[in-house]
Design a protein around this ligand. Structure first.
Ligand code: UTP
Length: 284
């Protein structure tokens, strides 16, 4: 199969401030919060690995860069191997697989000027016509991996961008980007008319929420470059998607995941994940 037909790369922006998890995030980046025996970021990378992705571009800041470089380094796997406890050995095996099969790049976002601004930092690594996966750094999905492959197949079939979604309780819609559906295309698939950022419950067009996982091609960078910063000076990915919808430049599809999502970016979400998240039983 031609490599262009494979989904090779993921971009993971993790250069934000993590203010919802203060005071911890003054000292510990939120992606290193432990969940079921591993930092959240390792679960995220394992999900990419299971989907066949072979390169991860982390968009980092000055604080978390040294930690990530140390964590995703072959030395770390070797060190874990030298510790003779069972959990260390199990973790070493997964880390070794990640180190053997994946390549990691670390790209600095100078200032936290929004998730869209962070994504633009990866533009130079993505080829024309290449499709790639984007995951925000604090959202996990179970079952992992297979949904990414399904999203990619949908993107290819419809030549459109695919946004992972999950249904949320109506009183929580004001915490998410919410999909206004245009047309149902299948049991798990909708064409999107609009995305409403954090609407009040009575104004929400649905309870179908974006969960920070996307399949794009390089066209998203052009739109991000045209997207004006908001009042805080931040370039938001959601606004670029809304602009594409408005100009009808590309079909945008909402894919309902099979399992459930976990938002590990605030204390409440992390508590739910700590109770419900099931660690993968099979080694990578
Ligand atoms: P969030 O909207 O959750 O922002 O970003 P945040 O800074 O992480 O957390 P809060 O809201 O202050 O608590 C979604 C993802 O985009 C990344 C974040 O690191 C997170 O993975 N991001 C956000 C960047 O990489 N750069 C930014 O400028 C903003």
């Amino acid at each position: 199969m031609s490599t262009r037909l494979l989904l090779r790369r993921a971009i993971i922006p993790i250069a934000g401030l993590g203010t919802r998890m203060l005071p911890l995030t003054r000292v510990v980046p939120k992606e290193f919060v432990p969940l079921a025996g591993k930092p959240v970021i390792q679960h995220l990378i394992e999900e990419c690995c299971r989907a066949g992705i072979r390169e991860v571009i982390f968009i980092v800041n000055k604080n978390n860069r040294p930690l990530l470089e140390k964590y995703f380094d072959p030395q770390h796997a070797r060190y874990m191997r030298s510790i003779k406890s069972q959990p260390a050995q199990r973790n070493a095996a997964d880390l070794e697989t990640l180190m053997r099969t994946m390549r990691f790049r670390f790209v600095l976002q100078q200032k936290p000027l929004g998730d869209g601004n962070a994504l633009l930092e990866a533009k130079r690594f993505i080829g024309r016509g290449e499709w790639f996966f984007v995951s925000l750094g604090d959202l996990l999905v179970q079952p992992s991996g297979s949904y990414i492959k399904e999203m990619y197949q949908i993107a290819r079939k419809h030549n459109g961008y695919v946004l992972a979604t999950d249904k949320v309780p109506p009183h929580q819609v004001n915490r998410y980007g919410i999909v206004e559906p245009a047309k149902r295309l299948g049991a798990r698939l909708l064409r999107v008319r609009d995305i409403i950022e954090k609407p009040e419950p009575h104004q929400a067009p649905s309870n179908i929420a974006l969960i920070g996982k996307y399949i794009f091609d390089a066209g998203i960078f052009e739109e991000l470059e045209r997207t004006a910063p908001d009042k805080k000076g931040e370039v938001k990915l959601a606004y670029a998607i809304a602009a594409i919808l408005q100009k009808r430049k590309k079909t945008i599809l909402a894919y309902q995941i099979r399992g459930r999502h976990f938002d590990c970016g605030d204390w409440g979400g992390l508590e739910i994940a700590a109770r419900k998240f099931q660690p993968a039983t099979k080694p990578l």
